[in-house]
Ligand binder design. Structure first.
Ligand SMILES: [Zn+2]
Length: 452
C-alpha cells in the first residue's frame, strides 16, 4: 500500500459538486485514491508534504493533443500558413515518424504537461506510416515511465491525395486494416475501471482525410466495445467548404448522419457551428475540446465557448498538437482561454474559475470519467500544488480559484501528483532524467527532420 499525506493545505480548490474551497485541511491518499479530507487527520503516511503555503488544485486534463508534433514545432516554413497548406506541408515530415520519435516526443510533451499541472492526457495519434509497429503501445510505455495518466486513441486516415484527401499515400490505411488494429488496441490496453491509467478511443482524423465508411465503421466498433469517439470538426471555413462541395452538407449534419453525435463523442475545436448546431450538441451531449492557442495560431477562428457553456454543451480544454501551439502547457491555455473570451465576448466570458473548471471537470466529462477532475473522497489522487509565496503571485492570493487564468502561472508548478505518486517535485520531473531525455530527443528530432 502506498500512502501520501498533504498536511495543513493553505487552500484546497476542490472543483467538486459544491465548488468547495477549503482552508487549512489535510488530504490523505492511499493506493492512488483520495481517502480523507479534513483538519488534523489521524492517518500516517509514507510521504508527507507540508501544505502550509501551498494551493492545491485538481490535476488538469488535456482533451486533445498530437504528441508526435513536438518534433515539428517552430518550423519556419509553416509559420504563416492556415490549416490545409500547413497540413499538406507537414505530412511530408510526419510520414517519416517511427517508434523512437513517438517514444521521445511522448516523453517530452508529456513531461511538459506534468510540469504544468496536467495529470491526464488524451492524445490523438493518426499517422501510421507503413513498417511501424505498435506506436500506441510505445506511447503507453512512455506515459508509464513519466507517471502520466494516458488516454490514447487509434486515429486513422483512409483518404490520400489520390482520393481527394490531404495526406500522402504512405500514411493512409484501408478500413479493414484500421478496424483490425483498433480491436487489437482496445483488447490490449483499454481499462475501463475507475482509476484506470490507460484508455483507448477511436479517432479518425478529420472529415477531409477519412471516408464516410471509415467513420461509420468506427462508430459501430466503438459502441460495440464501449469506447469513446473523437475527431476534428468545424475547425476552419475551408473544412466547411470542403464538406459542402464533397458531401453537400455542413460538417455536423454529415457526422450526425453517420451516428457521430452523443455523450460518447467529442470533437476538437468546434469553431464554426451555427446556432442550431450548438443546440444539437447540447441536446445530444456531444462535447467540444477547446484549443484557444492553436485556433489563434492557425487563424482558424474563435470557438463560441460562452454560448456553449450557457446551452450546457460539454466543453473541455486542450493544447492541441505542438505544431500549432507550439508547446504543451495546459496551464498557459487557461490564461489564453480567459483572455481570448474576455476580448471576444466581454461580460459573457467565463470567469477564471469557470476556465479552471473547464480544464478539470469539463475535460473529465469529455473523457467519460467522473473519477478525475475534482478533489473529493473516493476520487483519483491527481493534483498539483503551487507555492503561494512566489514573487509573481503577490496580491493574487485573494482568489486562488481564479488566479491561474487571471494572473496566470509562469514556470512549472511545485508538485504534481498522479495516481497518488509525486511525479513533479520542486518543478522538476522526478520520474525521468530530464536533461538526458532532452538530449536524446534533440538528436532524434534532428535526424527525423533531416530525413524529410
Ligand atoms: Zn488537432
Amino acid at each position: 500500500m502506498s500512502t501520501l499525506m498533504l498536511r495543513n493545505l493553505n487552500t484546497l480548490i476542490t472543483c467538486d459538486r459544491e465548488d468547495r474551497i477549503l482552508e487549512h485541511v489535510d488530504l490523505y491518499c492511499e493506493d492512488g485514491f483520495i481517502r480523507a479530507i479534513g483538519p488534523h487527520l489521524p492517518q500516517l503516511a509514507d510521504r508527507i508534504i507540508d501544505g502550509t503555503h501551498l494551493w492545491c488544485y485538481p490535476g488538469l486534463i488535456n482533451t486533445h493533443h498530437h504528441l508526435y508534433q513536438v518534433f515539428s514545432r517552430n518550423l519556419p516554413q509553416v509559420q504563416n500558413m492556415e490549416l490545409f497548406d500547413w497540413l499538406t506541408t507537414l505530412y511530408e515530415i510526419w510520414k517519416g515518424l517511427d517508434e523512437r520519435v513517438i517514444r521521445l516526443s511522448t516523453l517530452v510533451g508529456g513531461g511538459e504537461l506534468l510540469k504544468h499541472g496536467c495529470t491526464t492526457c488524451f492524445d490523438h495519434h493518426y499517422v501510421f506510416p507503413r513498417n511501424t509497429a505498435d506506436l500506441i503501445g510505445v506511447q503507453f510505455a512512455a506515459a508509464e515511465e513519466l507517471g502520466l495518466r494516458m488516454f490514447a486513441s487509434r486515429g486513422s486516415m483512409d483518404l490520400s491525395k489520390k482520393d481527394g484527401g490531404l495526406p500522402p499515400d504512405s500514411v493512409v490505411q484501408t478500413v479493414d486494416e484500421i478496424m483490425a488494429d483498433s480491436i487489437r488496441l482496445i483488447e490490449a490496453y483499454h481499462d475501463p475501471k475507475p482509476g484506470s491509467m490507460r484508455q483507448v478511443a477511436l479517432a479518425p482524423c478529420s472529415p477531409f482525410s477519412v471516408s464516410a465508411d471509415l467513420l461509420r465503421q468506427s462508430a459501430l466498433l466503438a459502441r460495440q466495445y464501449h469506447v469513446r469517439l473523437h475527431t476534428h470538426l468545424c475547425e476552419t471555413k475551408d473544412e466547411e467548404r470542403y464538406m459542402l462541395e464533397h458531401h453537400g452538407v455542413r460538417p455536423l449534419e454529415f457526422m450526425a448522419s453517420l451516428d457521430w453525435t452523443g455523450p460518447d463523442v467529442w470533437y476538437a475545436h468546434g469553431i464554426h457551428f451555427n446556432d442550431e448546431e450548438l443546440c444539437e450538441l447540447a441536446r445530444t451531449g456531444t462535447g467540444v475540446a477547446h484549443c484557444p492557442i492553436s485556433n489563434m495560431k492557425l487563424a482558424s477562428g474563435v470557438a463560441r465557448v460562452p454560448e456553449m457553456l450557457a446551452l450546457g454543451v460539454p466543453v473541455g480544454l486542450a493544447v492541441d498538437g505542438s505544431a500549432s501551439n507550439d508547446g504543451s502547457s495546459l496551464m498557459e491555455e487557461l490564461r489564453v482561454c480567459y483572455l481570448l473570451h474576455r476580448l471576444h465576448a466581454s461580460q459573457a466570458a467565463p470567469s477564471g474559475y469557470q476556465v479552471l473548471k473547464m480544464a478539470t471537470r469539463g475535460s473529465a466529462r469529455l473523457l467519460g470519467r467522473d473519477d478525475i477532475g475534482q478533489l473529493a473522497v473516493g476520487k483519483c489522487a491527481d493534483l498539483f500544488l503551487v507555492d503561494s509565496r512566489r514573487l509573481e503571485l503577490v496580491g493574487g492570493e485573494y482568489s486562488p480559484a481564479d488566479v491561474l487564468a487571471t494572473v496566470g502561472l509562469r514556470g512549472a508548478v511545485d508538485y504534481t501528483v498522479v495516481n497518488g505518486s509525486v511525479v513533479v517535485e520542486e518543478g522538476h520531473l522526478s520520474t525521468i532524467d530530464e536533461a538526458r531525455v532532452a538530449e536524446q530527443a534533440r538528436n532524434t528530432c534532428r535526424t527525423y527532420l533531416a530525413k524529410a
